[in-house]
Design a binder for this molecule. Structure first.
Ligand code: ZN
Length: 486
């Protein structure tokens, strides 16, 4: 697979084709944003409502995005087919343009695909499918008065593929050479609060147990005038976030509510600091599964859309079941992403416990579903046995003991999987797996097959088979939820 080369540079970002596109001669792309107007920015509230992308149009000389604020953006360029992916952070896509396609056929762009890539935190994704004539550089500007983000190609691709000749367009941002800025705080969907800076930063952290407040001091930085902050909902485990400029340092204080703990997550990005939020209270002990027959699926939350939490098992150093260099963690992530995409097409909201190869404890997986008040929870796994039992194959679908709704959901999903894949039916079963036992909504764990069975393993790594599994799981969830809506 092509791994997109990606970086987050809030004011100027560009990327050089030579870094990820091998020998293919393509133009470099850069997005240069204008000088921030400090007097105008100073009048803007620091924490606005979530941004909403309302329209994408083709103009005479570029593209116009209707959006109620300047989003933080990131780009990546991916080959085969050649495309630019533009992500607008903390931006919702209006439902009428979600999954839409804008035909262009000019300025080196064939078409633009628009979608809500991720719900929480919201990321709007625009994919620009390019032709061989793609421009050397793009310039973007934001018209605050009209709420329009304007993208204009600057010159059409020449013959050069030399990174040193990356075109410079527009003026550099005011702080590009003077100082590093703290640009935003956001939740990343793994129960982490991420502090994003314009450049690599160092920091010192300390936890005050008396006030349950974690404080970070980041030397030689400033608070960006365009700072983005998350909206703290009523159910947020964070009570307060404060930023203060203390001399030439920025001090960030994050206060958690009782029962929650803040700790530093492993750093993977020198420009960001992630704080992991973990529940240390008596998690869901008050909602035993055997009372679940009285609990109806949650239809009320999430603005009327039902939210499915998808939990790809394992991740990071925990590879799960493995055989011949194939890892469970990779198979279940691929199936889960397909499942999410299909559920979204069906009209459901989707949240993933992980979308990358990261280590994640069981408890935050449960907590994520609880905090989001998910309608249903599905954990995706692959099974294994000893080499002596390599003949064993097939699908098992689990629910927690005594969970009548969970059992019902498991039956719908299992039936779909068996009918659709023709896999060996190893039955709907009850087991005390943590993630299905501790979640209070209807929850299942699907063991999609045995990696230790050679022919099943070869199916499980096949994209078409993964999609078939995902489709079947989605249909089972949909049938279950519809059966309760009547
Ligand atoms: Zn597993």
């Amino acid at each position: 697979m092509n791994q997109p080369y990606k970086r987050y540079l809030p004011l100027v970002f560009g990327l050089t084709a030579s870094l990820c596109l091998g020998t293919k001669a393509v133009a470099q792309t850069s997005f240069d944003l204008p000088l921030p107007n400090s007097s105008l920015q100073a009048q803007l509230p620091p924490s606005a409502q979530p941004l909403q992308l309302r329209n994408v149009q083709v103009s005479a000389d570029g593209f116009v995005l209707q959006i109620n604020g300047m989003p933080q953006m990131s780009t990546s360029r991916v080959a085969n087919p050649d495309r630019i992916i533009l992500d607008l952070q903390a931006t919702e896509v209006a439902p009428w343009i979600h999954n839409s396609l804008v035909a262009v056929n000019r300025n080196g762009v064939k078409q633009i695909r628009v979608a809500q890539f991720q719900k929480s935190p919201a990321i709007a994704r625009l994919v620009f499918d390019l032709d061989s004539n793609s421009p050397a550089s793009w310039q973007s500007s934001f018209d605050q008065a009209r709420g329009l983000l304007i993208l204009r190609p600057v010159g059409i691709a020449g013959t050069t593929n030399n990174p040193s000749s990356l075109p410079v367009t527009g003026s550099p941002p005011a702080n590009s050479s003077s100082s590093t800025t703290v640009d935003g705080l956001s939740f990343n969907g793994y129960g982490q609060l991420v502090i994003q800076a314009s450049r690599a930063i160092s920091y010192r952290g300390s936890l005050d147990l008396a006030t349950n407040t974690y404080s970070l001091t980041i030397p030689t930085t400033r608070i960006s005038s365009q700072l983005r902050r998350p909206v703290l909902g009523a159910n947020s485990p964070i009570e307060q976030i404060r930023l203060n400029q203390v001399g030439d340092a920025v001090v960030v204080s994050v206060k958690a509510i009782a029962g929650w703990q803040i700790r530093e997550a492993i750093r993977t990005n020198p420009q960001a600091i992630a704080l992991q939020l973990t529940s240390v209270g008596q998690v869901t002990a008050s909602s035993p599964k055997n009372q679940q027959s009285q609990i109806q699926p949650n239809y009320g939350a999430n603005n009327g859309r039902q939210l499915i939490v998808i939990d790809p098992g394992h991740g990071g150093p925990d590879v799960g079941a493995t055989r011949n260099g194939i890892y469970e963690k990779d198979i279940v992530l691929a199936i889960s992403k397909q499942l999410g995409r299909i559920l979204q097409q069906m009209g459901y909201s989707v949240m993933y416990t992980r979308t990358e190869d990261i280590d994640l404890d069981l408890e935050p997986r449960v907590q994520m579903a609880e905090n989001a008040r998910a309608t249903a929870f599905v954990s995706v796994h692959v099974n294994s046995l000893d080499a002596s039992a390599s003949q064993v194959n097939g699908v098992e679908t689990y629910h927690a003991p005594g969970a009548s709704l969970g059992k019902n959901l498991a039956e719908f999903v299992h039936q779909q999987i068996i009918a659709s894949t023709g896999a060996t039916d190893r039955g709907v079963r009850s087991a005390r797996f943590y993630v299905i036992r501790k979640t209070s909504m209807p929850s299942i764990l699907v063991e999609t097959g045995y990696i230790t069975n050679p022919s099943e393993a070869s199916r499980l790594v096949n994209g078409n088979y993964q999609e078939r599994l995902a489709t079947a799981i989605a249909q089972g969830i949909d049938q279950f939820l519809k059966s309760y809506r009547r």
